[in-house]
Design a protein around this ligand. Structure first.
Ligand SMILES: NC(=O)c1ccc[n+]([C@@H]2O[C@H](COP(=O)([O-])OP(=O)(O)OC[C@H]3O[C@@H](n4cnc5c(N)ncnc54)[C@H](O)[C@@H]3O)[C@@H](O)[C@H]2O)c1
Length: 332
């Protein structure tokens, strides 16, 4: 058993944005080609507690070197007030020849970066005719910080960032971190969500909202909204948009805005395309210049596996982590 902690994961992934983007791109395309197995995520919730949850994402991704495993990721939003991260996670990778667990690694960094990479791939592939030079980030937490990291890698013209968070202190400290990491970016606050939505034609929403609170009315035509937190936009805004998803069966669940839109209309005709098909043939799906495009990725376990496998392979080469030879019982 190879055990990799957060420091090991950082050592592999920091500065490796292009490799993560490629791993995520390949995982989406393989999934779209049916070369994956992806049961629905299992949501563990607790009696009398709608806020906290732990989700299991089992997956298999077939390729020349197939991988199987599971991410176990918890969300305890109250952690933030205590100075802790909302989300924490562990990933197990299993051998495809014996089924045995082979690697156990810290999963929240992998999870945040695969999410951000998926958003950046969508932004680069559903590119506007005039390249995006600015992005609005609604929700100034861990995910949107990673989104900015990956947008910088995928969109070379990005120069301006507009921030909005219900918690002004979060927005202020986020702006400070961005300025320290990327001093070349122009970063400014928005007083209201609609001001942020109107500021740029690229928007990333990563809040902890549990029910829809936002329309896209303030967005300019041709805007791409990366709807990562999935429950912010009203059904009307979803139904009026060009919708790109990761997997319709996954994203139309768990009271996401798309799930609500499906319940309202009785179908999924409002979904235009899966991102895997768009990545496989980018010419087939251009960003609409006169409507709003919304990308809603449920967050597929195959992405976690693809990035975890990248981490495991690089960690081996760099001799990172701790080996625990006696983790499994000896053969009889
Ligand atoms: N789709 C995916 O693949 C995927 C993967 C990981 C996380 N997520 C989702 O992304 C979201 C953000 O995660 P995070 O780790 O950055 O959380 P976080 O707790 O670090 O940050 C969330 C931020 O949103 C702010 N916020 C809450 N409600 C808001 C509102 N109505 N308007 C503006 N700001 C608001 C909070 O003040 C906080 O600063 C979560 O909902 C999480 O479930 C999605």
């Amino acid at each position: 058993m190879l055990i990799l902690g957060a420091e090991d994961v950082h050592q592999v992934l920091d500065g490796a944005e292009k490799d993560v983007l490629e791993a995520v791109r390949q995982a989406y395309v393989l999934h779209d080609q049916g070369r994956s197995a992806l049961p629905h995520s299992v949501f563990l919730r607790f009696p009398d507690d709608r806020r906290n949850r732990i989700i299991a994402l089992p997956a298999y991704l077939g390729d020349d070197t197939p991988v199987a495993g599971v991410k176990w990721v918890s969300s305890f939003p109250g952690n933030v007030a205590a100075g802790l991260r909302r989300a924490s996670a562990a990933i197990i990778l299993n051998s495809m020849s014996t089924g045995m667990p082979e690697a156990f690694m810290e999963g929240s960094v992998i999870s945040a970066r695969r999410t951000a990479a998926s958003a950046a791939l969508a932004a680069a592939t559903l590119a506007a005719r005039t390249p995006d030079t600015g992005v609005s980030l609604v929700g100034c937490g861990v995910i949107n910080f990673e989104v900015l990291r990956f947008l910088r890698a995928a969109l070379p013209d990005l120069a301006e960032v507009t921030l909005f968070d219900l918690d002004q202190e979060r927005a202020r400290s986020f702006a400070e971190r961005c300025a320290a990491h990327w001093p070349e970016l122009r970063i400014g606050p928005a007083a209201m969500a609609d001001e942020a939505l109107a500021a740029h034609r690229l928007v990333s929403i990563a809040t902890t909202a549990a029910t829809p609170h936002l329309t896209t009315d303030a967005c300019r035509p041709g805007t791409l909204v990366l709807h990562l937190s999935l429950r912010d936009l009203t059904e009307e805004s979803v139904l009026a948009a060009v919708n790109v998803v990761d997997d319709a069966d996954h994203v139309c669940r768990e009271a996401t805005s798309l799930h609500l839109a499906e319940q309202r209309t009785g179908g999924r005709d409002f979904i235009e395309a899966p991102i895997g098909a768009v990545l496989a043939d980018p010419a087939a799906q251009r960003r609409s210049e006169d409507r709003i495009t919304v990308f809603s990725p449920f967050g597929l376990g195959v992405l976690d596996l693809a990035v975890a496998d990248l981490v495991r392979r690089r960690a081996r080469t760099l001799s990172l982590g701790t080996r625990l030879p006696g983790f499994l019982p000896a053969p009889d």
